[in-house]
Design a protein around this ligand. Structure first.
Ligand code: PLP
Length: 426
């Protein structure tokens, strides 16, 4: 299906779109790896690992200096005392996902946080013990939910329910998700979906899913690995019980970066939810009295276990500052245009060369387009790499291209598709 687009297929037009882009200056805030010809690469893999913000090294260096200069005193007398360092990113992270600061904390990594959240929000009973997930969820999510149900003594084949696309379709229909919740919700303890599926690039309707699941008495959580920094999220208003995300993709905080957690305000002060406890989740006022009884901090902070890694937080600070300056609403507006531009140029490639498997509806996708090419994808990827174009590959045969609005340009997208056009015509 080809939709008419107002985009022209010329380099001059790509330059014009860049000149009109109010966010174009943010590109200079990032390091672009050099291509084989020494020029910056066309980097379309920000859905896998985002580029390095130029300020990251400086922010990490400051903490290294304070450690060298102050030793243990850095916890209190550093330029950014480490005791409170994680709080420096809380408000920015909250704005990014549409939450209140009380509802957000940056800690650990995604799979760890998903387990911690399931300790609290997967409370199976004999009648209601299932977890509803999307079929083809990221493997770590599949392992996490399967091991959680086994941990509670259930058989994962029975307790993990997968949503599957209809015969002959590649993505899920919202109506089918809602219908499954309506039909099976009484048996479901937890609905846990990605916000954007890593392989298809499909974005789910979080408010509708949350509403339907809550109406049936299920807890709801989302994996925002591909949603945070990509979509304009409204977690507080949408009302899921929890969400988790990582910060190395669209959030550009570096390999293995810290993850984020959202716990809805309605759970901020509940003492009856079980949780795994650690001293960093203990009330700040009495933490250093070293008492034997855990008194949780209100809100998401109460789920913290350990004192956090400061250098990782420093890298995240450098990135979240940029998101905060640009604003996620403006970034999303640019992203829709940039991905729409990519889509329109791909649609003009020779018939049958590439198929976009991500939904065409902008509300059902973020920056990523998942592409199936005629011929062997890994060879194509290698050639692209030699030409200075970085995308990524996921088995069985998907190349994912994700123009990130914070640093990608319309000219990047144009150069990518022009290279493909050359290969298609060979
Ligand atoms: C959708 C999704 N969930 C979970 C993970 C696992 O993240 P982590 O290694 O930070 O636990 C990833 C990693 O890419 C992912 O894409």
């Amino acid at each position: 299906m080809t939709t008419p687009h107002p985009f022209e297929d010329t380099e001059a037009f790509a330059h014009k779109l860049d000149a009109e882009d109010a966010l174009r200056g943010y590109r200079d805030a990032f390091h672009f790896p050099p291509a084989p010809d020494g020029k910056p690469v066309v980097y379309l893999a920000g859905n896998s690992l985002g580029l390095q913000p130029r300020n990251a090294a400086r922010y990490i260096q400051e903490e290294l200096e304070d450690w060298a200069r102050l030793g243990v005193e850095g916890h209190v007398h550093g330029r950014h005392p480490w005791l409170h360092y994680h709080e420096l990113v809380t408000e920015q992270a909250a704005r990014l996902v549409g939450a209140k600061p009380l509802e957000v904390v940056v800690m650990n990594t995604l799979s760890v946080n998903l387990h911690l959240m399931m300790v609290s929000f997967y409370r199976p009973t004999k009648q209601r013990f299932k977890i509803l997930v999307e079929g083809g969820a990221f493997p770590s999510d599949q392992y996490a939910v399967a091991s959680q149900v086994r941990f509670h003594g259930y058989d994962a084949r029975e307790a993990v329910m997968e949503l599957k696309p209809r015969e002959g379709e590649e993505t899920l229909r919202t109506e089918d998700i809602l219908e499954t919740i309506e039909r099976h919700g009484d048996e479901v303890a937890l609905v846990m979906l990605g916000s954007v599926n890593y392989l298809t690039g499909q974005a789910f309707d979080l408010p509708a899913i949350t509403k339907a699941a809550h109406a049936k008495g299920c807890f709801v959580g989302f994996d925002l690995a591909h949603g945070a920094g990509n979509l304009k999220l409204s977690l507080h208003d949408d009302g899921p019980d929890f969400a988790v995300w990582c910060s190395y993709k669209y959030l550009n905080a570096g390999p293995g970066a810290l993850g984020g957690v959202f716990v809805h305000e309605r759970h901020a002060n509940t003492k009856d939810l079980p949780r795994f406890e650690g001293w960093w989740g203990h009330d700040k006022k009495t933490r250093f009295q070293m008492g034997p009884t855990f008194e949780p901090l209100p809100g998401a902070e109460g789920w913290q276990l350990s004192n956090p890694p400061i250098f990782q937080l420093a890298a995240l600070r450098a990135s979240l500052e940029l998101f905060d300056q640009a604003g996620i609403a403006a970034l999303r507006a640019k992203s829709e245009r940039l991905t729409g531009y990519l889509e329109s140029l791909l649609d003009r490639l020779p018939q049958g060369y590439v198929r976009i498997t991500t939904p065409r509806d902008v509300k059902q996708r973020g920056a990523q387009l998942s592409l199936r090419f005629r011929g062997e994808p890994q060879g194509l990827l290698k050639r692209m790499g030699e030409a200075g174009i970085i995308c990524d590959f996921r088995k069985p045969d998907i190349i994912r291209a994700a123009p990130a609005p914070l640093y990608n340009s319309f000219t990047d997208v144009y150069r990518f598709v022009k290279a493909l056009e050359g290969y298609a015509r060979e």
